[in-house]
Design a protein around this ligand. Structure first.
Ligand code: FMN
Length: 354
């Protein structure tokens, strides 16, 4: 049984959409819990005034009845309240009437570090907006909603997942300084998952390795430029005798430098992954660029933007890790009904006496 996720939606379009497949029937979802994660994604320090316009809430179009999954595709929607200001500029159909609101002028000055230049070249657009609207991390909202569903599924087998910012206080000070200088910053987040039994993932094929899946999921988030599992990069400078986690008689470990994964398989210890986020590319003091219409040097597009989104990334990364773990758990424990899934997990932990 495979979990699947397809998402669609532009940053200032009408809505963001996700279709989640492969959930068991009978999983109870809590609308408030999903909305709480959406709020957490919006609330981070250093975020733009856009977050005051949006009041993200999940809508469910299918796959759920009276709060329980039906075992059929779950369709999630998060509407963009800001679309009201972009109805002409982001109209899916040829707009009617005189241009009004935002997004009416062509963007021709690509931002270094964003999708703008490569996007227009690749797809043959004459307006950078056609690339940036989907490249924007706005659509992480609906991935957070899907992650909240994944967390509900994991909770049924006593797995919990939590993301946080590494060095929150230092990061906030850096944001204040950067804002004053009309600059941006990045930062590092970590995600911990507890209750994961040994045996999720596989060493048999590279695409099944849990470490590879988590790295790809985190790298799939906008602005993430580095991922490490456990002590990651620091391990490269250690001796083997210092780097590995010795096994006690009860099969547990006193250290967890491996971050809970060995040979691409969870080993029963806490899963620990970190993701490094680069500074955001939209600067209020713009970098040098080229006007794609005239070929003249210019300054990159300036539009409303976050100074930092590291706290938001912690929530998005939590959702991504939850999604991958839920996928690996579905593959291991299967089941069309939640009771089958939970029962298979219980039988497994009984077999390995964990
Ligand atoms: C939660 C979140 C919010 C973001 N907000 C912004 C933003 O306001 N302004 C910006 O320039 N980039 C923002 N980004 C980063 C860009 O989306 C990203 O840098 C861009 O799409 C290019 O992709 P890349 O950095 O992965 O190469 C955000 C990223 C995340 C994860």
């Amino acid at each position: 049984m495979k979990l699947t996720l397809a998402s669609a939606g532009e940053s200032h379009g009408p809505a963001l959409v996700a279709i989640v497949g492969g959930l068991p029937a009978g999983l109870e979802l809590d609308r408030e819990a999903i909305d709480a994660d959406l709020r957490r994604r919006q609330e981070g320090y250093g975020r733009s005034p856009r977050q005051r316009i949006e009041q993200d809430r999940v809508e469910v179009l299918s796959g759920l009845r009276h709060g329980r999954t039906l075992g059929t595709p779950l369709a999630l929607v998060v509407r963009n309240a800001d679309h009201a200001n972009w109805t002409w500029g982001m109209s899916p159909w040829p707009p009617e009437g005189e241009p009004s609101g935002k997004g009416t002028r062509r963007v021709t000055l690509p931002r270094p570090g964003h999708a703008d230049l490569a996007g227009v070249l690749k797809y043959g657009h004459d307006d950078v907006r056609n690339a940036l609207e989907r490249a924007s991390a706005r659509h992480t909202a609906v991935h957070v909603a899907a992650g909240a569903v994944a967390k509900a599924l994991l909770a049924a087998i006593a797995i919990s997942v939590e993301g946080s910012v590494v060095d929150e206080a230092g990061m906030r000070a850096a944001i204040d300084e950067a804002r004053a200088e009309r600059d941006t910053v990045g930062g590092t987040v970590e995600v911990r998952a507890t209750g994961v039994p040994p045996g999720l993932g596989s060493y048999a094929a590279k695409e099944d390795r849990l470490d590879a899946r988590l790295a790809a999921a985190l790298m799939g988030i906008q602005a993430v430029k580095g991922v490490e599992i456990g002590d990651g990069f620091a391990l490269a400078g250690l001796r083997g005798s210092q780097a590995h986690d010795e096994i006690r008689a009860d099969r547990r470990r006193d250290t967890n430098r491996a971050g809970g994964i060995e040979a691409g398989v969870s080993n029963g210890e806490e899963i620990l992954v970190r993701a490094a986020m680069k500074p955001l590319p939209t600067l209020m003091k713009p970098l040098a660029s080229v006007d794609l219409e005239t070929g003249e040097p210019g300054q990159a597009l300036v539009e409303r933007s976050d100074v930092a989104a590291v706290e938001a990334l912690a929530v998005v990364a939590e959702a991504a890790v939850a999604w991958e773990l839920a996928g690996a758990a579905r593959e291991k424990f299967g089941g069309d009904a939640l009771v089958d899934f939970v029962g298979a997990h219980a039988a497994y932990v009984e077999r390995i006496k964990w």
